[in-house]
Every structure is written in C-alpha cells, then in structure tokens.
Design a protein around this ligand. Structure first.
Ligand code: ATP
Ligand code: MG
Length: 336
C-alpha cells in the first residue's frame, strides 16, 4: 500500500484515494486556506444556542446529515461529541474544569464506509469549536510515517506531525505501524513519537486511527499506550443495498447525471451482483462503478456523430450502460 500523503483544507470535498498525488503544495494551500470562524469569540457564551450560533458548528453537522447517506450511529456519535464540546465550552466560561478533553479517535469499518469523509467533517467541527487552530485533515498511511532505513523514521513522522498540527492527523490502516513479527521494525519508532505528541500536544492535534475493526482491536491490545489515548471509538457499518442505491443517486446528481427509465433497477441489480463479488468496498465501489458507467454512456453517445443531443440525453444513464458490465456477462441477452 503506497498511498501518498495529502492535506485537505477544512471545506474541501473528499478526494478519491486514487486521484491524490504526493503534493507538497497541498499542505501549504491548506495553511493559506481561509479560516472558518472558530469559537474563540464564544468565550462569553452562556447558552448552548449561543455557542452554536457563534461557532457555526451546526451548519457542519447539517451538512454531515445531508451529504452522507445512512451512517445513523456514526452521525449520532458525532453529535454526542459535539454536545460534549459545546457543554465543555460553557463550563470553561464559568471557570469550571478547563482541562483539554481527550479527542483522539478510532474510526473502524470496511473500505468505502465513509471514514475519511466523516473525519473531514470532524476536523471542521473541532475547528469551529476552537479545539484545533486550522481544521485541516492530513491523511497518511504507514509509508508516510515510517522510513526504509535507520534514522529515516523520526524525521518523516515529525514532518507529518508538523503538517498536521492545528488540525487532524488521519492514519489509515494504523495497525500497519505495528509489526510484531519484525523485532526491529521502524514502525515502533513512529508509534512512540505519536504517543508523545498525542499526550503533550493534544490541545493542537487530534489523531484519528482508521481501519478494519478486527485488526484495530488487535492493534490496541498490543499497544495499550495507544489504546489509552483514544477516547472515542466510532464504528462504521456497511451500507445496505438501499443505502448504496441512494448513494449512487446522490453521486450522479452531484455530477449532473441521473438514472434514466429502468436504469435505477438495473443498477440495483448490479449492486446485488457486486455484493457477491470479492473486494466489495461499499460507497467506493459504487463510485467506481458509476465512473465506468459514465464511460459507457459516453461511448454510446459518441457513436451518434451528427446528432444534436438534448440535455436529457446527455444526463441520462441508460440500462444498457449498466448491463454491459462484466457482472452481467452470464446473462445472455446482449445489451446493444
Ligand atoms: N454515506 C455516504 N453518502 C454518500 N457518499 C459516501 C458515503 N460514504 C462514502 N461516500 C463516498 O464514497 C467514497 C469513499 O468514502 P470514504 O473515502 O470516506 O470512505 P473510507 O471509509 O475512508 O474508505 P477507504 O477505507 O476505502 O478509504 C467517497 O467518494 C465518498 O464521498
Ligand atoms: Mg478513506
């Protein structure tokens, strides 16, 4: 797994993994990005409404609700954490225990269940409530933190931490940092640096460890130091077939496409088949399928050289665009 480091400003849309490249500019862009209002001016708030109004945190939570289909338990946990932080603000304003709450989290779930998308919203929420200065998200994997040779890991990890300061460090498949089978694995060095920073700089950096649930459980069992620093565990369920269809509708709409007559039923059939294939990756598989479907739609239209297309024709996905997938290869009737 060799996914590059990328840095996202708080308000950006979620990038596809495959489309991201190592881009040092991205980090500085994030630092230059306009800073959303934070809650520093909420220091005199006396009611929940005042904190909400001054921090504008509700608009992020509404966006989370609206833009992400399903995920009810995750959304509820995000609301609970936001409530805790809002009440903490009120308590601080009255001089009650002003200790920085521990905000490091784990996001567990299968691929494509929305972990990165929710992490970005979480970064914005933390920023608006004044818990991190900038609210950007730096997403990394083991390769971004751990070097190949002796002496390379510490500078690499520290460089990433520097980029993430003031925001959220999202470590995807965090358990790859720990390789017990190799005694001298440099991952351990990265873990130790992370542990220190998670403790000493938790007022300016929130770490989210993401990955499969079972592997994360094992990782926490073997790394009690890490486990004790992670206060919030959010479990991301797989999407139901119906949710996947809704996600497809939403993705298409955001790209100005739509299912034409009978195409939605064909896509439902597609999902049904895809679910039975290996490596199903929830919403990510839906996005990939839609990319291929758009290619087929384009090839279909491309053949009609002299036709003046209507808006409807240019936006409609037809059943044939879907049924040409190899998943339908067993069913004889050719689609066009
Ligand atoms: N609930 C949802 N509603 C709409 N779109 C979603 C939802 N969940 C995920 N997506 C979309 O699916 C794609 C993958 O989501 P995301 O990267 O957040 O998942 P992930 O759990 O981080 O996956 P991975 O483990 O593969 O990195 C993105 O394009 C995202 O916008
Ligand atoms: Mg992700």
């Amino acid at each position: 797994m060799n996914r590059p480091l990328y840095t996202l400003p708080g308000a950006a849309t979620v990038p596809e993994k495959s489309g991201t490249t190592a881009n040092p500019r991205a980090a500085s862009d994030a630092q230059d990005a306009p800073v959303a209002p934070d809650a520093s001016d909420a220091s005199n708030a006396q009611t929940v409404s005042q904190v909400l109004a001054q921090s504008q945190v509700e608009s992020v939570m509404d966006e989370l609700d609206r833009d992400l289909i399903g995920l009810a338990p995750v959304k509820q946990r995000v609301r609970d954490i936001a409530a805790l932080l809002v009440v903490d603000k009120l308590r601080m304003n009255l001089g009650l225990q002003a200790q920085m709450p521990s905000l490091h989290m784990s996001f567990t779930g299968n691929p494509g269940t929305g972990k990165t998308s929710v992490a970005m919203r979480m970064a914005q929420i933390l920023h608006r409530l004044g818990y991190v200065r900038k609210g950007h998200l730096v997403a990394v994997t083991r390769d971004d933190l751990v070097g190949q040779y002796i002496g390379h890991t510490a500078p690499k990890t520290k460089e990433v931490l520097k980029k993430a300061m003031g925001g959220v460090l999202f470590i995807d498949e965090a358990y790859y940092l720990y390789r017990p089978e190799n005694e001298r694995d440099y991952g351990q060095e990265a873990i130790e640096i992370l542990l220190q920073v998670m403790e000493n700089q938790r007022d300016d950096l929130v770490v989210i460890l993401a990955g499969y649930k079972d592997r994360m459980d094992t990782f926490f069992q073997s790394n009690p130091g890490m486990s004790s620093r992670v206060a919030h565990h959010l479990a991301f369920p797989d999407y139901s077939q119906d949710e996947l269809l809704h996600i497809a509708d939403q993705m298409l709409a955001s790209m100005s496409y739509r299912f034409g007559d009978d195409a939605r039923a064909a896509f439902s059939d597609y999902i049904d088949r895809r679910l039975r294939q290996p490596h199903f990756a929830n919403a990510r598989s839906v996005r990939n399928a839609l990319d291929r479907i758009r290619l087929r739609q384009a090839s279909r239209l491309f053949k009609q050289r002299d036709r003046v297309f209507t808006r409807e024709e240019l936006t409609a996905i037809e059943p044939s665009d879907i049924r040409a997938s190899r998943l339908f290869a067993d069913d004889a009737p050719p689609t066009h």
